[in-house]
Design a protein around this ligand. Structure first.
Ligand code: ADP
Length: 607
């Protein structure tokens, strides 16, 4: 491939030390590598296609030290003989105006001016010259086809490739003109003439799953390159190059600032920094965090809730054995010993027992981003795969991140799969599994499944490696309710003169942590009406007497048994397991209890 005009500046820049400028790995290794080694002539670039790249011709500190990718491509291809850009809205645009006339001739759109001076033929040729090129993709690609196959040094950049060659999902069918376009692109990717002439086609899309699978399968010559969000080093270099020297308020370091921008593209960083600067001269970390949240919600809000973790393990009452386990995980994260960090954890237990609170505390203590996935099954089935793909890439980009996954969605999707969605759910599950099984995300993406019915969870999801530990959070024991009360008084700054909580701990048997929180808040309200807000023993006793727990005991017992049966580590069992099972047996609400008890015995869990 004779793409001699492709940016050498970038290759040279790599040798320079930080901070100026840092070219991303995908660019240096993947893109430049592919072109240098002539691996492909059609390259599908997806992900952050509007990323900024260092300007290959600028010097440090210059204004235009970074360029948006399409502009960067223009610069990089400056010496090309024929460079054109296409998108369905604007049609074909040329890098230099004189290229248009050449293209019109080479593509046969316009016949060459006749020799001999026949005035009618000349007038006709002039008219043709005035004629505008078509905009519709089929006609444009037909013209490009002639140029790319018959002439040298042609580069075509097709933006929003998903509009030309869309993925239609298992239920839809491609339209005829889309079929023609897809065939043409496939043909380009394998055409030897195009290759030997040193011609290149870039297909750009933000979401690869929106592009037809036919261009992504192994049997085409289309080479795929993912553009991830920038790394720590790239963000640091960008900040220092474009914003040096940033003014920091006291106590804020450059490192903290770079850390806070994790998950953002350089473009988004730029926008946020400009915005925060408009309001104050110094870079303000909390404003940046707030703006980042907004940007991420705009981008990924349809897939996940992005939560700012506000509470750590100190705010969890009881559950000491789980906290000890999590402290080991946190140590693994902090020390970089990722063998100590599980790929995934499943938390089980009845509602209100602190599963969400534990996940939040883990994210808080680790300093990770924290997201809760939403239902990834959209009504428009064909799109749900695209959404899953987007989710998986988003999570990689947001790393380090703690992901709380309400697996019920996926389990449900799995159960539905034979009925009428043509295996979409199975494919969703497979994509999620592949993500969870990727060793590269260990220590960076921590997926926590939360469920109160682990027996209904998909078996593949429970497999070791995807969910290394399954931990039950049961209704709190008597010993645990005391610290939970204390946490709640402190968390909500509720005044109390109670020193001995024993009677209240005894009176709240069968209540969850969430119930106790409610009780304390109600007591506070009552106290505010009766005195200056001081919760006395009498007020607390009355509130407890008035409180009706919401959940049905049979459900709670079944959830607890399902959680116990799913546990894989004796060390992570609740301290009071034996007593708990005895109580469940005595209540007699759970069917098939004997079999379950025998199973627990066989695992040595009731000794
Ligand atoms: P789950 O996810 O298990 O349904 P949550 O974590 O959402 O429950 O808990 C509901 C509320 O109860 C939250 O405010 C949470 O902080 C609180 N909570 C439950 N258990 C505990 C506990 N052991 N320690 C501290 N707070 C708790």
């Amino acid at each position: 491939m004779r793409s001699s005009s492709f940016p050498k500046g970038a290759l040279m820049a790599k040798k320079q030390p930080l901070p100026f400028p840092v070219f991303p790995h995908w660019y240096l290794k993947d893109l430049v590598g592919v072109l240098r080694d002539r691996k492909a002539q059609v390259v599908l670039l997806y992900g952050d296609v509007r990323c900024f790249l260092p300007n290959p011709t600028s010097r440090p500190g210059e204004k235009e030290s970074y360029l948006e990718f399409p502009l960067f491509l223009r610069k990089a291809l400056e010496n090309g003989r024929m460079v054109l850009f296409y998108d369905i809205a604007s049609g074909i645009q040329f890098l230099r105006p004189e290229m248009e006339a050449v293209f019109k001739q080479e593509s046969g759109f316009q016949t060459p001016a006749p020799a001999g001076g026949d005035p009618i033929a000349l007038a006709r040729a002039e008219l043709q010259q005035e004629k505008e090129l078509p905009k519709d993709p089929e006609a444009c690609l037909r013209l490009m086809d002639r140029v790319i196959k018959n002439t040298d040094k042609v580069t075509i950049v097709i933006r929003s490739a998903h509009f030309l060659a869309p993925h239609v999902g298992s239920q839809g069918t491609q339209m005829m003109n889309e079929r023609v376009i897809i065939e043409r692109l496939r043909n380009w990717s394998m055409d030897q003439d195009i290759r030997s002439r040193g011609n290149l086609v870039f297909l750009l899309t933000d979401e690869v799953a929106k592009v037809t699978e036919e261009l992504r399968q192994g049997n085409t010559g289309v080479y795929q390159i993912y553009i991830p969000k920038p790394t720590f080093e790239e963000r640091l270099a960008f900040l220092l190059t474009c914003h040096h020297p940033p003014a920091f308020p006291k106590g804020i370091t450059l490192e903290m600032l770079v850390h806070a921008t994790q998950g953002l593209s350089l473009r988004q960083m730029q926008e946020i920094l400009d915005e925060t600067r408009r309001h104050s001269d110094a870079l303000n970390l909390s404003a940046i965090k707030k703006a980042k949240r907004k940007v991420l919600v705009d981008e990924y809000g349809d897939l996940m809730d992005i939560v700012e973790p506000a509470r750590g393990l100190e705010d969890i009452g009881g559950l000491e054995h789980i906290k000890t386990f999590l402290a080991e995980v946190l140590h693994g994260i902090a020390s970089g010993d990722h063998r100590l960090v599980p790929m995934g954890i499943t938390l089980t237990g009845p509602p209100g027992t602190g599963k969400t609170a534990i996940v939040e505390a883990l994210a808080y203590e680790a300093g990770f981003n924290f997201v809760k996935t939403k239902n990834i099954r959209s009504m428009w089935l064909g799109e749900s795969e695209a959404r899953m793909q987007k989710l998986v890439y988003a999570l990689r980009d947001m790393a380090p991140v703690v992901v709380m996954n309400d697996e019920a969605d996926l389990a449900e999707a799995q159960r539905d799969s034979p009925h009428g969605d043509s295996g979409v759910s199975e494919r969703l599950m497979k994509m999620w599994m592949e993500f969870l099984s990727d060793p590269k995300i260990r220590g960076q993406v921590l997926v926590i499944n939360c469920t109160n019915r682990p027996d209904r969870m998909d078996a593949a999801l429970k497999r070791s490696g995807r969910s290394d530990e399954i931990i039950l959070l049961p209704m709190p024991s008597r010993e645990e309710r005391d610290p939970i009360f204390r946490v709640m008084f402190k968390r909500h700054q509720v005044k109390t003169d109670i020193t001995d909580l024993t009677p209240f701990v005894l009176a709240t048997s069968g209540m969850s942590g969430a119930d106790i929180e409610q009780v304390v808040l109600r007591a506070h309200r009552l106290a505010s009406r009766e005195n200056d807000g001081m919760v006395t023993g009498e007020i607390l006793q009355n509130t407890i007497g008035d409180f009706i727990p919401g959940d049905n005991q049979q459900q709670i017992d079944m959830m607890t048994m399902a959680g116990l049966l799913a546990c894989r580590s004796r060390r992570l069992l609740p301290r009071c397991t034996k007593e708990m099972v005895e109580h469940i047996c005595a209540r007699g609400l759970v069917p098939d209890m004997d079999r379950m008890v025998n199973q627990l015995r066989a695992h040595g869990l009731l000794t």
